[in-house]
Design a binder for this molecule. Structure first.
Ligand code: SAH
Ligand code: SF4
Length: 395
């Protein structure tokens, strides 16, 4: 059985052909799955009967089981999805006036191992499939539509950020079809500027994304110099800052916006001094020379979200304000990210899948730790297939 959430529309066309059906049927099928949330081929009334019958025997539309759901005081929702084998990933919905942002995971754990990130600390378990990436959006969109009683055509999710667990550009092959499904007018119809890939700086893959699917790009910088970034984001040893910024400049040729977002997690006494702000300003402004061309960017300062094992502390608000002032005075658009879902540990860098390292390997090595789902999480709200309101016609 093939899970149809695995395919972008071109892939679904190939699958239809393999079943001996016309390629164009894939568009209708794709709309049923991603615009209607329909799982039952028998209910897809405008599909040829032959196709419906073949789908019933060869394919499924299989969402991810929800292990738990938590709702924060500010309306943020965090879902924990069971992906089997003892692994789990988290997805966060952030409601704001006039928009709803979904923060999606790309891997169970992460191999980059940034010092300040709970996901990094748990080690890498495995890449998600395209179906598992898309299933997070599918579940959130149709569950929210049902709960909010939205009219057909109304969207619950207006923006997607690949800022959940994992490094999306280290799972490139699965990521790109998922992005295409989000952008597809017959799928979720999100514009390229409303879909953001956040990366710790996998330079060759930034270059490929520019060619294959140039959505909005956010780059996790966190330090103004290589010596500090080597410590905070170990991937910097492979792709240092100069190379990273050069690849960001190239990306701008195709990017849906004329800037790259640089994320900077504010760590008390580590990367938050006024001198470091000045160094960051010099880096992004450049001096006009070929050696230091700068970068058209916005800077997003993220107050560090602590977790017990990190040994790090959040910068005081005054340090964040002083740091921001240096950048703003230097003419760089700078924002401070509001922390959402504090009471349910749904903020940036706190996503760890509520996991437990039962192997205790973590005490010997902080890499390649197999993680296990902690089952004693908040009471499950639903398990297995999600009930979705049936609609009988496609408008
Ligand atoms: N792997 C990608 C995307 C997931 S992390 C990346 O690193 O960009 C999403 C964002 O949260 C990144 O900017 C990351 O640096 C930041 N982050 C990680 N841990 C954090 C923490 N404890 N507090 C605040 N931000 C954190
Ligand atoms: Fe991985 Fe991003 Fe966390 Fe770094 S910050 S460990 S790249 S998820």
């Amino acid at each position: 059985m093939v899970n149809l959430l695995q395919f972008d529309r071109a892939g679904l066309g190939d699958f239809c052909e393999q079943l001996g059906e016309k390629r164009f049927r894939a568009t209708q099928l794709f709309r049923w799955i991603h615009q209607r949330g329909e799982r039952d081929p028998a209910a897809m009334t405008d599909l040829a009967r032959s196709l419906r019958e073949k789908l019933a025997t060869h394919a499924v539309i299989e969402p991810l089981p929800v292990a738990s759901e938590q709702v924060a005081a500010d309306g943020t929702i965090k879902w924990l999805f069971d992906i089997g084998g003892g692994d789990a990933v988290e997805t966060v919905f952030i409601p704001e006036t006039g928009r709803g942002t979904l923060c999606i995971s790309s891997q169970a754990g992460c191999a980059v191992n940034c010092r300040f990130c709970a996901t990094g600390h748990q080690g890498f378990s495995r890449n998600l499939t395209t179906a598992e990436i898309v299933a997070q959006l599918w579940h959130a969109e149709f569950e929210l539509r049902r709960r909010l009683a939205l009219a057909p055509g109304e969207r619950a999710i207006t923006n997607v950020v690949m800022m959940g667990m994992g490094e999306p550009l280290q799972n490139y092959a699965a990521l790109v079809p998922a992005l295409r499904t989000m952008l597809d007018d017959h799928g979720y119809g999100l514009s390229r500027r409303r879909v953001t890939v956040s990366t710790s700086g996998v330079v060759p893959m930034i270059d490929r994304l520019r060619e294959d699917c140039p959505v909005a790009l956010a780059v996790s910088l966190h330090a103004p110099d290589d010596a500090l970034r080597d410590e905070l984001v170990p991937l910097n040893r492979k792709y240092p800052i100069a190379e990273l910024l050069a690849s960001c400049r190239d990306y701008l040729e195709r990017a849906p916006r004329d800037f790259i977002t640089l994320e900077y997690c504010m760590l008390d006494g580590v990367n938050d001094s006024p001198e470091q702000a000045a160094a960051l300003l010099a880096l992004v402004r450049g001096d006009g020379s070929a050696a230091s061309p700068g970068l058209s960017c916005k800077i997003n300062l993220i107050p560090f979200n602590p977790f017990p094992e990190s040994g790090l502390h959040r910068s005081p608000a005054a340090s964040v304000a002083a740091f921001a002032a240096v950048l703003l005075d230097g003419g760089i658009v700078t924002t401070v990210r509001k922390t959402r879902g504090d009471d349910i540990a749904a903020a940036c860098g706190q996503l760890a899948g509520e996991v437990q390292d039962r192997t205790r390997i973590g005490e010997r090595t902080d890499r390649e730790v197999r993680v296990r789902v902690e089952r004693r999480v908040a009471a499950p709200v639903s398990r297995g297939p999600v009930p979705v309101a049936r609609e009988r016609s496609v408008s």
